[in-house]
Ligand binder design. Structure first.
Ligand code: RI2
Length: 320
């Protein structure tokens, strides 16, 4: 935060902290929490003039933006809510922000539902999906397949270092889906028993590359070699507008202690630990990107991006 930035609301501070520490995680969930936090900032603001109110909202958005760099759902959410901010008085501005946040959150839920219904059509009765990490968009496809009366089995990768596969296993069990949990290194062996690799995305680039939890690209290469289709469930909130103008997606590097505890390091000796949270799967390893607007071969996702973002240029609303 710069010296001149106004104070942000404690809810914004808490949500930012929870996103950074991954108490709140998953691209869609992060976007939802960020929109809710902006609404809290707007509701409780005691700014007396419109410019002070706008400055507070920008400071809150900046604080949320700086937490994690890779999932574009976060800046897309902030852009949506701040883009809705309009009015001449504090009251008008406040109302426009809270209404924008509510609308965003409703659309997010709706998009996930619609995406799930489309993705479910790719799954046949009796299919086995292999999952990586935990994606609410991916699980929406399974949920809708079950609603269509299909029986689905799941092979769930543990997903080191944070074992987010455990969250997926829990959700699937709540849906009564039979789950086989495997360590990441066993994935290739179990591809023989898999009908679809089903993953989510944190960002999708204009060339159709999929940025998702580290390990996705290796899984996709192995799946392609075994002839198993790779399906990416990603609502359009995951499309990264900056990649249309040549920018690349920053890959978050997380704390080395997620990989190696201090005690473990004491035993091993001094080592360098690298802990990238995400990797990039090139479009040639992806069969379909399933969005709420239909399913797309990765190479054609750019047409949807042009339609959604147009020639969107210039700085972000929180940078003014
Ligand atoms: P949904 C997660 O990142 C995973 O990489 C997951 O595939 C992706 O977000 C999308 O999740 P992290 O926040 O939006 O766990 O589909 O690092 O829930």
């Amino acid at each position: 935060m710069s010296q001149t930035d106004p104070e942000v609301h404690p809810t914004v501070e808490d949500v930012a902290e929870d996103i950074a520490t991954m108490e709140i995680r998953g691209a869609a969930t992060i976007a939802d929490a960020a929109a809710e936090a902006l609404a809290a900032q707007a509701e409780d603001s005691d700014a007396t003039d419109p410019e002070a109110f706008r400055a507070e909202m920008r400071a809150a958005a900046r604080r949320l933006r700086e937490t994690r760099p890779t999932a574009v759902s976060l800046p897309n959410s902030l852009r949506y809510v701040l883009g809705a901010m309009e009015g001449d008085s504090v009251e008008e501005l406040r109302e426009s922000v809270t209404a924008g946040a509510e609308e965003f959150r409703t659309e997010l839920d709706q998009a996930q539902e619609n995406l799930g219904r489309i993705g479910a059509n790719r799954l046949r009765d009796g299919d086995t999906v292999m999952t990586h990490c935990h994606s609410t968009d991916a699980l929406s496809c399974v949920e809708h397949a079950l609603e269509q009366g299909k029986e689905i089995h799941a092979i769930v990768k543990e997903t080191r270092p944070r074992k987010q596969g455990h969250i997926t296993a829990r959700w699937l069990r709540e849906m009564d889906v039979p789950v086989t949990l495997i360590v990441d290194n066993a994935a290739r062996r179990y591809l023989d028993q898999t009908d679809h690799v089903l993953v989510g995305a944190d960002s999708i680039a204009a060339d159709g590359s999929v940025i998702n939890k580290v390990g996705t690209s290796g899984l996709a290469v192995n799946a392609r070699e075994r002839g198993v289709p790779i399906m990416v469930a990603a609502q359009t909130l995951k499309l990264h507008p900056d990649t249309m103008t040549g920018h690349t997606v920053e890959i978050e590097m997380r704390d080395e202690r997620e990989v190696l505890t201090l005690d473990e390091e004491d035993e091993i000796g001094d080592v360098t630990v690298e802990n990238p949270a995400f990797d990039v799967t090139p479009p040639r390893y992806v069969d379909a990107i399933v969005t709420e607007r239909g399913q797309f071969p990765p190479e054609s996702i750019v047409t949807l991006m042009r339609e959604l973002f147009g020639d969107q240029q210039g700085g972000e609303p929180w940078e003014k």
